[in-house]
Design a protein around this ligand. Sequence first.
Ligand code: ATP
Ligand code: ZN
Length: 225
Amino acid sequence: MRTRDRLRIAIQKSGRLSGPSRQLLAGAGLRFGDDGDQLFQPGRDLPVDLLLVRDDDIPGLIAEGVADLGVVGRNVLEEQALERMDGIGPGPFRSLRELGFGRCRLSLAVPADWDWPGPSRLQGLRIATSYPRLLERWLRERGIVARAVKLSGSVEIAPRLGTADAICDLVSTGATLAANRLREVERVLSSQAVLAAPARPFGDARDGLAAMLLRRLAATSRERV
Ligand code: ATP
Ligand code: ZN
């Protein structure tokens, strides 16, 4: 493995996590230069650089060593960890710290007029989701056989289109579910943004830089209390 003396942190370029991610790093005293680049911003005072990407790309970039750390939802991190694991053993990622923003839940929702005797109601049905691995794990733990239909967007309209019977999607207020005449019935995962890292230490200067970042994050969150 190549040793490196700069730490590269991936954050979402634009979306729900981008503003809070930038604030988090600014609060830890990290400043980044523009460099005229849309994707890469070099650290101004410290050897810590920024990579601006789609949130879904962050776990893969960490797994490939393109990014060292990332700010990403637990939902995305765990789904992609399961995708890369296929079985038992330790996962490819570690979550170093929960960050307290981007809170949401991955929930099952069914048509509003259904009875809900419990999870067994899903037996044999099709469930639309962008998180098939998390859903399949939840179903397996409950001994339910159902089919996860993977959709990358507009999951909530699947029951009306007839492509699925129920959905498993991210919820924060529930307004989207109500607008689509769906009812939240079970929580599959509680999520928030986390600071993600590879499962194993870097073995070079990046370990010290990551430790410094964690100390600064702990100090700023204590100040906020
Ligand atoms: P990108 O273009 O980067 O792929 P996106 O559309 O996938 O963006 P956002 O909608 O910005 O991403 O959501 C990013 C993350 O924000 C989610 O993965 C989740 O962790 C968190 N989040 C918090 N609340 C919600 C919500 N109500 N719906 C969806 N995601 C939410
Ligand atoms: Zn995304």
